[in-house]
Design a protein around this ligand. Sequence first.
Ligand code: G1P
Length: 301
Amino acid sequence: MTTTNASVRKAVIPAAGLGTRFLPATKAMPKEMLPVVDKPAIQYVVEEAVSVGLSDVLMITGRNKRALEDHFDRVPALEAMLEAKGDTTKLESIQAASNLGDIHYVRQGDPKGLGHAVLRAKQHVGLEPFAVLLGDDLIDPRDDLLSTMIEVQAKTGGSVVALIEVEPSQISSYGCADIEEIEGESYVRVKHLVEKPEPHEAPSNLALIGRYVLHPAVFEVLEGTEPGRGGEIQLTDALQELAAGDADGHGVYGVVFRGRRYDTGDKLSYLKACLELACDSEDLGPRLRDWLPEFTASLSK
Ligand code: G1P
């Protein structure tokens, strides 16, 4: 497949999930709008994409997701009110979300899985390599991941996944990669991928997290990908085909991430992510750090 040789410019953010793990909070509001400290979770993800030069963002949305479009749009009346009051801090905080870049939206239609959501980006992305960012994973802006993945994509011409080491018992919550080292390189070759294996069937304890830089050949593969685990069209299954060399996509590579990642995908990890990020915030951090030891001590009484 011929691709344009432009470096990665486009980010695809699937945001069509129903958020059932957070019901009833997500009954009338998308889970991507849940606040993490003082911003909706999705804003961190868009900021991460924009920070590495991906200013063309496509969100794959669904019903109930209007709040996402509203959040990244201007609110002239509110801006005028804050301006009149001279409240520049709040004014800048609301303008930050609408100044992030060019955000496009397409609806997923049927919720047929992550692979199906990514396939909805085919027309917008065209023949360029592109990034996919999943909103449940937040990557600390102080730790680099996506820009390294973009470099590896440019160097290999293939598709690049992000991997973390997990406890073997945790692997059934993730896509799992069997890899081999490449001499002299800090990235690895992905030989085999399997979506959410049982621990005893997992080829490793390397788990896929929600960052991908993909060769556009993945679209053709996804068009033929049958429903897999959970009856859904799995991105992992399409990438496995590229890794096996069954399709012309120049292979799959992995970047092992050892930085700070916050999972907001279920209630407990979401609460932990909020606490960890709030402890680091300039505004709330000092007071929260003072209070936390008192609070935990009171629990053990
Ligand atoms: C998806 C992918 C899985 C990956 C995970 C990372 O699963 O299918 O391979 O490990 O994201 O967050 P989900 O968490 O959407 O079920």
